[in-house]
Ligand binder design. Structure first.
Ligand code: SMG
Ligand code: MG
Length: 372
């Protein structure tokens, strides 16, 4: 294929309720979309970076600059490439996985549409629907938390994940476990909020039959996760620490985690996500698909990934209505705790152009220096 044009579109998407984690609160997403044109066929990629570099080092303005100045020109310099060569072409640019994933996904979608094949089929999906959990932010009060969890439980989510931080951990877990009963899977995600001096608090969570504890310690403290894992029977799961297949294998071999959260943006795209899936499967480590409050565009691709065989745990792929009053695609709906995997060509969904137009705050075309 040949990248004729890449359009970057900024979209303002208010959340149905603020989402608070140990690193901050957000009430809207500033979404950057990429629309790639490969000889008349268009494909979409959604950037999952946040407005500020608080989840990882990337952020929306930085992604836009790195795409326009460093990533897209490298692709436009090559007259003909395959999707498998994109990673190699972008190799000179160090890091910037969310930026690279955005453009690789747009190219992948465009190419798959041009050959009339679905992303799910291309990645190797083995299921038509995906098991869904829901991630619940740090709440303003215990009453508010329980009301929110109760709503999700009634909607049929198959796993509740609570965001925790020092001071908001054992009590909310105890109360939520009492509310939902012993059987519904419950997990916690600290987003790196503990360290080696405070991690012992987490031992008190052993009483609540948690399916996992996600990313308790800083992303670079693999040795700390190994120490903590030896103190716990509850499995540890890594999110922010895992940015590549290498990281995944290293963390597993060192005993830092028994479960891995795969977020395509964090690891540089869906091709690297599939490699991590395969490496984990070979080592008997289950994976699940994380979320970054994606619109229907990113969610569609995540559902295709989560349809792979080793995605055996509930995914952070919740229904559109959990995030947005109106999505950028037809809404994804939860049915019996699952969401259907799109089966159409590419990511399998169409962008709602009226909604896109209404929510667009900026647009920029990146074109080849010498067209033709
Ligand atoms: O998309 O449902 C979702 C959000 C899932 O909790 C979620 N994501 O660390 O796993 C995580 C967080 C990071 C995103 S915070 C904006
Ligand atoms: Mg996480």
């Amino acid at each position: 294929m040949r990248l004729e044009r890449l359009t970057l579109i900024r979209v303002a998407m208010p959340l149905v309720r603020p989402f608070t984690t140990s690193f901050g609160s957000q009430s809207a997403r500033e979404v950057l979309l990429a629309c790639a044109d490969i000889g008349g066929v268009q494909g979409w990629g959604e950037c999952v970076a946040m407005s500020e570099p608080v989840y990882n080092s990337e952020y929306v303005d930085g992604v836009e600059q790195v795409l326009s100045d460093h990533v897209v020109p490298r692709l436009m310099d090559v007259d003909d490439f395959t999707i498998d060569e994109v990673g190699q072409i972008l190799r000179p640019v160090v890091g910037h996985h969310m930026a690279k994933a955005t453009v690789e996904t747009a190219l992948l979608d465009a190419w798959l549409r041009s050959v009339d094949r679905s992303l799910a089929d291309y990645l190797g999906a083995t299921r038509e629907q995906v098991l869904c959990g829901v991630s619940v932010g740090i709440a303003p009060s215990m009453e508010a938390l329980l009301a929110e969890v109760d709503g999700y439980r009634q909607q049929g989510y198959r796993r509740i994940k609570l965001k925790i931080q020092p001071g908001w951990d054992v009590d909310p877990v105890r109360e939520v476990r009492a509310l939902i009963g012993p059987d519904l899977p419950l997990t916690v995600d600290a987003n790196r909020a503990y360290d080696r001096s405070t991690m012992h608090t987490l031992l008190a969570l052993e009483d609540f039959n948690l399916q996992m504890i996600e990313q308790p310690l800083p992303e670079d403290d693999i040795a700390g996760h190994v120490q903590l894992a030896q103190l716990l029977t509850t499995p540890l799961c890594l999110d922010e620490s895992i940015c590549s297949t290498f990281d995944a294998i290293d963390a597993i071999e060192r005993g830092a985690c028994r479960i891995i959260n795969i977020k395509p943006g964090r690891v540089g795209g869906y091709l690297e996500s599939r490699r991590i899936h395969d490496a984990c499967a070979e080592r008997g480590v289950p994976v699940w698909c994380g979320g970054m409050l994606e619109t229907g565009i990113g969610r569609a691709a995540n559902l295709a990934l989560a349809a792979l065989p080793n995605f055996t745990l509930p995914n952070d792929t919740s229904a559109s209505e959990r995030y947005y009053r109106r999505d950028l695609t037809a809404p994804f709906v939860l049915r019996d705790g699952h969401i259907a995997v799109p089966s159409g060509p590419g990511i399998g969904v169409e962008v709602d152009l009226d909604m896109l137009q209404a929510a667009t705050t900026g647009r920029r075309n990146l074109t080849r220096a010498t067209p033709g």
